[in-house]
Design a protein around this ligand. Sequence first.
Ligand SMILES: C[S@@+](CC[C@H](N)C(=O)[O-])C[C@H]1O[C@@H](n2cnc3c(N)ncnc32)[C@H](O)[C@@H]1O
Length: 294
Amino acid sequence: MYLLTVIETEVPRRLLEYLSDVYGISGEVRSRFIILDGIFKEFDEIIKRYSNRIFFLKDKLESIEEIAEKLEGKVIRVQAYKNEEYYLDELSRIGIQLSPKEFTHILFIFKKYYGIFPKEFFLRKEFYKKVSKAYYKVYEAVRRFKIPLSKDWTVLDLGAAPGGWTQFFSERVRRVVSVDPAELKVTGKNIVHIKKKAEESLEEIEQYSPYDLIACDINDDPRNVSRLLLKISEFLKENGFLLMTIKLVYKSRKGAERLIRETVDILRDCYEIIGVKWLVTNSKNERCLFGKKV
Ligand SMILES: C[S@@+](CC[C@H](N)C(=O)[O-])C[C@H]1O[C@@H](n2cnc3c(N)ncnc32)[C@H](O)[C@@H]1O
């Protein structure tokens, strides 16, 4: 008996790291596939967004006839890696009921393995509507760093427009104070928008302090942003958290590494750095930093 999940994705290494951080699942990467030991069923928003196809596999594929017995009385959708047409023709030749839409079960075939699962195992790419793609960045960061968000928190969101992070937090905490000179496309009773640059808003920021978390997605040189975050740290509670996107304004690998080091060095004056990760949802030129006020 084999139990494997194979995920086809454009970002195999980062997605495997995500699965390991969030679900403790282990596996290996082979070209653009992740092969996991075991079968999982929860399709969260990151898995949905970053998987092209998923195959759940249970047994060795000996022959089509052998599968036929197990498919009796079911309506089948086929997901095969390569040769899908071949399997569709063969299955219909031996009288299996096939339907890509009104199916009861899905037959996964990947190389020499197959699995028959109820339709809940089929990955549906429906996303709930969010104001910006950035929503998923913070969704992932909170899961990866296990940030203990709580209903009674106040969050300061710097560089908040158009409002993905603000929307995410407003669904989960008491108040979000969002700072950005640009328009916010999200409104809510628990959202305050300070429509100015962060460095020009210290008084207003103080007015709603203290904060449990400072979230910062400002698109500027991260060393400048870090100096600003040192000033603003006085409005953060003791042991309050910092979540920050590091924009890699230097593109070379060495330049990017130096930039991350310098950013961390500046922040260390006020923050303990818990981790810097390249999230699945980060672009090539972004990293995500998580820290805590000390
Ligand atoms: C990548 S976008 C942020 C996306 C946002 N987190 C979301 O979820 O929709 C970067 C934002 O930083 C803002 N920004 C740049 N410099 C800033 C500053 N000094 N103070 C406040 N916001 C700033 C820009 O106006 C821009 O809206």
